[in-house]
Design a protein around this ligand. Sequence first.
Ligand code: KG4
Ligand code: ZN
Length: 334
Amino acid sequence: MKILGIESSCDETAAALVDYTGGRFSVLSNVVASQIEIHKKTKGVVPEVAARCHVEAIIPVIKEAMQNETKPDAIAITKGPGLVTSLRIGVDTARTLSFFWGVPMIGVNHLEGHIYASVLQNTAIEFPALCLVVSGGHTELVLMKKHLDYKIIGETRDDAAGEAFDKVAKILDLGYPGGPEISKLAKEGNPKAIDFPRPMIDSKDFDFSFSGLKTAVLYYVKNLKPKTYNLKPDICASFEQAVVDVLVAKTICAAKKYKVKTVILGGGVSANQRLRDELSKAVKNLLPTSHSLLPSLKYTTDNAAMIATVGVFHAINKNFISWEKIDVDPNLSL
Ligand code: KG4
Ligand code: ZN
């Protein structure tokens, strides 16, 4: 079966063709038109600007992703959560194609896309599984007892992890998006240089909070005496370490409680090398009967291959929807 995935929930216009044959996934194409250069000027996404960029990019992106195929078996489309105008362009383009080609649609939650990104390595998820989803808009711990079955057991009470990276980057006058800029500078710094707080690390639940950590960085920077040397690498490394410590501690704690067999990482922040290294090390050392699944770097940030991959599981369950019925839901939850 060949599924065309389409993703336009935020600032990337993406389309991908994923083949599923004999239990194996292959990505036949994976096209992403990034708007990063445009949003760099405003240091963040302006929804109206993002929507206009999607309109321009979406047909060329789909055309490139389709290569020489005439039509896919189904179209998997992100229906939420995200920016309503951005989502609308992806969904309406997919509806048109569904009508024209006469193929069914599959409505996908963007976050389940991030959860399934690592399945593209053809490593099976063993259940129960725990997913740490860390993106620009979300930080969630999700328990899965079977495919496509999600229970949120913890989430952020304020800023998402990626949002904290982006806001701290702004405080430090670094570029957009903040995550890659911070992790690049962090490599040159000492993660123990500054003792930033680890919010909620010992709380008995699985919720997160990153807003206080961001404020701690803000006050640290404000109180710096006129700089005699550049402290940015140390601030980046210490901030990054604080975020990673909380994410890893909570994930391991939840994984023990629910006796999970797989720990899955997903979302844009899963591109962070310190998080990847420390989470996989902790799973190996502290959860000897579990294994970790990390997405390849190219499937960490927004892409449509992950949307098509979830689409395969929905197609197996015959979770199709017609172009007349599908709608966007900017606040869709798992
Ligand atoms: O999943 P994603 O591409 O978009 C959303 O669904 O939000 O995630 C984007 C987020 C941004 O906040 C970005 O700063 C963060 O992922 N990010 C990173 C890294 N690369 C991207 N955060 C930390 N370290 C990175 N290397
Ligand atoms: Zn995302």
